[in-house]
Design a protein around this ligand. Structure first.
Ligand code: 5GP
Length: 177
């Protein structure tokens, strides 16, 4: 773990784990009788994903999809697939696991892609959600842990130019170079 005055903690590891447990319980209840496929959006959601799926008491399966759209602290809107779906989503109940929904452009891209691959149903769980930043219509974030305004955050999987993902807490950057 690293520590620096470059950032200040917003949500502690304990606060995060409590929310993750609650989300896992909600998803377990809502998907009773189903066997959803949990789709991890790489890289940012990987820590959240690993914790969340262990709090879901269902016969689930795992899948992975990599995209990138950010440079520094800005969403470029120029979305690239960095890793295609590991396995087919056809006829499956997919739960997309995101790190953060900001403009919603990435999520819109992911949902369109999953529809084109004939997923049976698509729900979304995001660790963080910035509702004031949304630029797209008809995007539904079904579950989320914490709501943010427009601050840029790092830690628990989220990076600043690939740094700080390993922090066990979520922090706000104080100074950005
Ligand atoms: P969107 O397409 O919704 O604008 O952005 C989604 C992606 O941008 C996220 O998956 C994440 O990688 C990145 N992102 C958006 N806001 C933040 C933030 O506050 N911190 C970090 N580290 N990444 C962010």
């Amino acid at each position: 773990m690293s520590s620096t005055s470059q950032f200040s903690t917003l949500y502690s590891a304990e606060q995060i784990q409590k929310k993750v447990k609650d989300l896992g319980a909600k998803i377990t209840k809502d998907f009773k009788g189903k066997a959803p496929e949990m789709l991890c959006i790489l890289k940012g959601a990987s820590f959240f994903y690993a914790d969340l799926i262990r709090e879901i008491n269902l016969p689930l399966s795992c899948n992975f999809f990599g995209i990138s759209s950010y440079s520094g602290t800005k969403s470029t809107g120029n979305i690239k697939i960095t890793l295609d779906l590991i396995s087919s989503v056809k006829d499956k109940d997919i739960i997309v696991v995101e790190d953060i929904v900001d403009t919603g452009l990435s999520l819109e891209f992911i949902i369109d892609y999953l529809k084109s691959k004939k997923a049976k149903s698509i729900k979304v769980v995001s660790l963080l959600y910035k509702p004031g930043q949304i630029k797209v219509k008809n995007i539904n974030v079904d579950y989320y842990a914490f709501e943010l305004t427009n601050q840029f955050v790092i830690g628990y999987g989220l990076d600043y130019n690939e740094a700080w993902r390993e922090l066990p807490f979520i922090a706000q950057m104080n100074s950005l170079n």
